[in-house]
Design a protein around this ligand. Structure first.
Ligand code: FVH
Length: 291
């Protein structure tokens, strides 16, 4: 008998989660604030309720995936008493502090709490590339690991519920940095009517792929200490070159707003005498720099 599951929230992601549980044969109860959303789940065998307390009491494993933690708080408060003895897995995107205070609230209502960060878009859920980060109650995670693995590779990071969102936000920060760079690149080539398709396939993807290979070296520098200049791209050289990124954008009629914080970070590091160091030397400065 498969674990029965409740999914609270039928947005794009909650619908994909419910769909994956149903496909794997889990008896699945669904609830959404706006009634009737994702009607296709009814045909797939979901049990729908408009009463959140009934939804929570329908399964041992309660998954919540709403837009934000304010929504989680608003939705779950009326059903707080029903959480007693259940496992609450919160896959809503949020901060470590939000996860920790929600875990404490859940604990006060007798629930074992696991926070999670979904590293996938809805179409990837249940597929080989999806992974989900979890932290919080170890016993709850172990008890439901098999069911959670239905959604994607389940990675447990520790008993502190803030760890999963910390890693999630770190990974999203890396992703948005990459996308911000790509947006700037497209705006720049667009100023000369260069084909985005050819630019992407022939140049941008190979370039970013090659640059990704420098990350393990950067990580090793951060972990074990860096030998200045070993990467062959010192900060003084990068700061000098970065002036051209700003100037070229302005010359082409493209905003340099996305680039300027990076330029300020580079220049302040050089001014602080770190010109012979590599990019990893910028990381400790992010703890104090306000750009
Ligand atoms: N979709 C994605 O690509 C990303 C992938 C990584 C993880 N994120 C996070 O997943 C959370 C849910 O995202 P989503 O894509 O399902 O979002 P929407 O399609 O916009 O659906 C939002 C649902 O939240 C419900 N909701 C909002 N506020 C409340 C509230 N105060 N009380 C109860 N429910 C609320 C909303 O209900 P309704 O508008 O239909 O009534 C939807 O069910 C999110 O944290 C992503 O960052 C997704």
């Amino acid at each position: 008998m498969k674990t029965s599951v409740t999914v609270l929230g039928l947005g794009a992601m909650g619908t994909a989660l419910a769909r994956a549980f149903l496909a794997a044969g889990h008896p699945t109860t669904i609830w959404n604030r706006t009634p009737g959303r994702s009607a296709e789940l009814d045909d797939l065998g979901a049990r729908r309720t408009e009463d959140i307390t009934e939804a929570v009491t329908s399964a041992q494993l309660v998954i919540v995936c709403l837009l934000d933690y304010a929504g989680v708080s608003e939705a779950l408060h009326p059903a707080a008493a029903a959480l007693d003895g259940r496992v609450l897995v919160n896959l809503t995107n949020g901060t470590p502090a939000q996860a920790r205070s929600t875990a404490e609230w859940a604990r006060q209502h007798g629930s074992q709490y696991v926070d999670g960060g979904i590293m996938a878009v809805p179409s990837m859920i249940g597929g080989p590339a999806a992974f989900v980060l979890y932290s919080g109650s170890a016993s709850a995670f172990e008890q439901h690991e098999a069911a959670l693995a239905t959604l994607g590779r389940a990675t447990y990071l520790g008993s502190d519920p803030g760890l999963a969102p910390l890693h999630d936000i770190a990974l999203l920060s890396g992703m948005y940095g990459m996308f911000a760079g790509a947006l700037q690149a497209y705006a720049l080539i667009g100023s000369e009517k260069v084909s985005p398709n050819a630019f992407t396939a022939d140049l941008l993807v190979p370039w970013l792929t090659a640059m990704l290979t420098s990350l393990p070296r950067m990580a090793a520098d951060l972990e074990y200490g860096a030998e200045p200049g070993a990467a062959g791209s010192n900060l003084a050289m990068q700061a000098a070159g970065f002036v051209n990124l700003i100037q070229a954008a302005e010359d082409q009629g493209v905003s340099a707003a996305l680039l300027r914080p990076v330029q300020r970070l580079l220049e302040s590091a050089v001014a602080a005498g770190l010109g012979d160091q590599d990019l990893s030397a910028l990381v400790p400065r992010l703890a104090t720099e306000v750009t």
